[in-house]
Design a protein around this ligand. Structure first.
Ligand SMILES: C[C@@](CO)(OP(=O)(O)O)[C@H](O)COP(=O)(O)OP(=O)(O)OC[C@H]1O[C@@H](n2ccc(N)nc2=O)[C@H](O)[C@@H]1O
Ligand SMILES: Nc1ncnc2c1ncn2[C@@H]1O[C@H](COP(=O)(O)OP(=O)(O)O)[C@@H](O)[C@H]1O
Length: 339
């Protein structure tokens, strides 16, 4: 194989994000639902025989030593592979948005080079490499929506109904590190601990990653404080995303982000007034609202018009669009499962 073209790297939204503790090294322990959406970057890979690793930006410019190159270098060093690669990237996911764009690029790079360089490593071997690159990378390697714990390394695959979102990214970006070090970050007095319940119906997807941190069966319920049982269906998702007085879910990073970035507050207001709900994803600055999935093309056009007309009144460097959840990551199954 000489080249792999049109490799997708989809973004994610955190339907809720609870900070539930802190590790001795300062990293925060989270509980979150990560959802794959159809706002995606596209990457192209051409193998080089001289061992050099080069990136070419087809859209927005990325930092010189970006996450794609760092992923390629790490895989090359760990495998001893003598091939190199030219990586072309069409960047579409806004950076510093809490949508995991850089992490997704890194995960897609690991999966593509694993094939292009003929390594054929199993997913369980790629996972720890992913975690070295960033806390979100294992999720994108995992290949499905997930209830995530730890700092991002404990993945419980879940199935979700098809969901539609309006996503708005203000012009300002937010540094993840800045938000986690904010004095406003809630040390929740009433930390809601969520426990997963293995799915017991046939629709549950079996996963066969054998890594210690992977459950072998998908989840279809979450229990809040081991009491209220939330189904991962439309009704349950509505509960998770309802307003903060009625809902269980929240994003604990939202308060510090609102304090640091007035545009986050503005974006939340816009979505709230247009769609009746709003929440920030990850450490921001992008925000999203759940919207009713359009039943036909006419409804779909209407939704797109709504977000388009809102964007017209804003500075040109704001971006936004209607996004659909994916069934699964388009590269799911690219790395062999361990036998
Ligand atoms: C909070 C999340 C949720 O998806 O947000 P986004 O980055 O998508 O906004 C992620 O876990 C972020 O993951 P990632 O963006 O890979 O973070 P990293 O580069 O590993 O960490 C950047 C810095 O944030 C802090 N950090 C990060 C993750 C975490 N669980 N606790 C932390 O305290 C640490 O100070 C770390 O040095
Ligand atoms: N391939 C990449 N795409 C986007 N950002 C990258 C990439 N590689 C490194 N970065 C750096 O990582 C930072 C966070 O990017 P990103 O992962 O897109 O956002 P977030 O962590 O908020 O979801 C960016 O500001 C950028 O400097």
């Amino acid at each position: 194989m000489q080249a792999i073209y049109d490799v997708p790297a989809p973004a994610k939204l955190n339907l809720f994000l609870h900070v539930v503790g802190k590790r001795p090294d300062g990293y925060h322990l989270l509980q979150s639902i990560f959802t794959l959406i159809d706002w995606a970057d596209t990457l192209h890979f051409e193998r080089r025989s001289d061992g050099h690793l080069l990136r070419h930006d087809l859209g927005a410019s990325l930092p010189p030593d970006d996450l794609c190159l760092r992923a390629a270098r790490l895989l090359q060093a760990q495998s001893g592979c003598t091939y190199g690669v030219d990586i072309q990237i069409e960047k579409r996911i806004p950076a510093g948005a809490g949508m995991g764009g850089g992490s997704s690029d890194a995960a897609s790079t690991l999966l593509a080079l694993n094939r292009l360089w003929g390594l054929n490593w199993p997913l369980a071997t790629l996972m720890p490499l992913g975690l070295k690159l960033g806390a979100d990378v294992p999720f994108f390697l995992g290949g499905s929506h997930a209830f995530v714990e730890g700092i991002g390394e404990i993945l419980h695959p879940i199935e979700l109904p098809p969901l539609t979102f309006a996503v708005l990214k203000p012009s300002q970006s937010i540094s993840t590190q800045e938000i986690f070090s904010s004095p406003l970050l809630a040390r929740s007095k009433n930390v809601a601990i969520v426990a997963g319940f293995p799915a017991n119906n046939s629709s549950a997807e079996k996963t066969s990653e054998s890594s210690e941190n992977h459950q072998t069966v998908g989840l279809n319920h979450l229990a809040v404080n081991h009491e209220e049982l939330i189904s991962l269906d439309n009704e349950g998702i509505a509960k998770l995303l309802g307003d903060s007085t009625r809902s269980f879910g929240r994003n604990d990073l939202q308060k510090p982000a609102e304090a640091n970035c007035a545009e986050v507050v503005q974006a939340l207001h816009i979505l709230e007034s247009e769609f009746g709900n709003s929440r920030m994803t990850g450490s921001g600055s992008a925000v999203f609202a759940r919207v009713k999935t359009p039943a036909n093309e006419q409804e779909e056009n209407l939704l797109n018009q709504k977000i388009f007309s809102r964007l017209q009144g804003l500075p040109a460097d704001w971006s936004g669009r209607i996004c659909r959840s994916l069934d699964r990551h388009p590269l799911q199954g690219w790395a062999a499962d361990e036998k």
